[in-house]
Design a protein around this ligand. Sequence first.
Ligand code: KIV
Ligand code: ZN
Length: 389
Amino acid sequence: MSKDKVQIFDTTLRDGEQVPGCKLDAEQKLVIAERLDNLGVDIIEAGFPISSPGDFNSVLEISKLVKNATVCGLTRAVKKDIEVAAEALKPALRPRIHTGIGTSDSHIKHKFNSNRDVIIERAVAAVSYAKTFVEDVEFYAEDAGRTDNEFLAQVCEAVVAAGATVLNIPDTTGYCLPEEYGAKMKYLKENVKGVHRAVLSCHCHNDLGLATANSIAGVVNGARQIECTINGIGERAGNTSLEEVVMILRQHPSLGLDTNINSKLLYSTSQMVSQKMGMMVQPNKAIVGANAFAHSSGIHQDGVIKNRETYEIIDPADVGVNESSIVLTARSGRAALAYRAKIVGYELTKLQLDTVYQEFLKFADRKKEIMDEDIHEIVAATDVAIEKV
Ligand code: KIV
Ligand code: ZN
């Protein structure tokens, strides 16, 4: 069965870079942009050009550098923003302007002190103006997650008529439940006249830990673009994690959806972004965390040594991790000890293993994790003569 493609829109360099303390310099942004292009992302959101001269320059340089992906610049629904973004995107082979405005009652009242009719007028004016510079114009309805579906559909219909090529439906505050977010996409798909002329896009934040689930609900209900970041970095609790959505679609072929991402580059890209941003990846992070393929309990280790698939749903090689790791702790069993002892050169008989294991338990109760060099010490501490092979 041929699969429908979901476009991956990476916003590591824009929404991701909004994280306090994660500011990147222009050189670092270029290196990351080049890696994202090689990874196979379809769109790179390179920055918010009007926000600072530095961001303008980064978008400009990334536009010159990127060979495959569309390069996108963010704007508010403000003429000057759009002009500056268009200027920064000029050298791009595939430029996209990403413009928009808040559509929820809360944003309309508190941010803009405005009303729905004026918001639609501003949205249409922004898209029409952006279209005078580039063909590819994405519209975001900020806080769409809390915007009522009927009004959201009216806004979407108006901007599609003005030429928007992508309709971004952000759950800006990470409020929605997956069913709710999925139903929102379905509603737009069924109720926006001309929606077939645009791609619906998911942009989810992780305030309730639901960004990935919501993005998947979005594509299951008709969206064909996911906006995400490497390691899920982003404002507050972050954005949808790129590596998670890519691997969910790959591991569930029955969804009939896939991306253009070369998954073998996921781990190294995650490491690169983490180092450049000085933002550690939590060890238990799905797909790219240090423990994502590490097994430490005796029962799991025994299973994985017999057959990796007993406790792993992803082959680590598919995401660029060399191999699963068998971590030796006080919870480990004989199978794990024999396995690791063999790697460092000891082929233990059953009797030898029993003796070494008793010594191992004493060590393991004192140390959090037993490393390869400790194994030599453990073997030496037994009164049995064990030769290295
Ligand atoms: O979360 C959000 O609403 C955004 C928009 C600016 C696209 O990041
Ligand atoms: Zn966002």
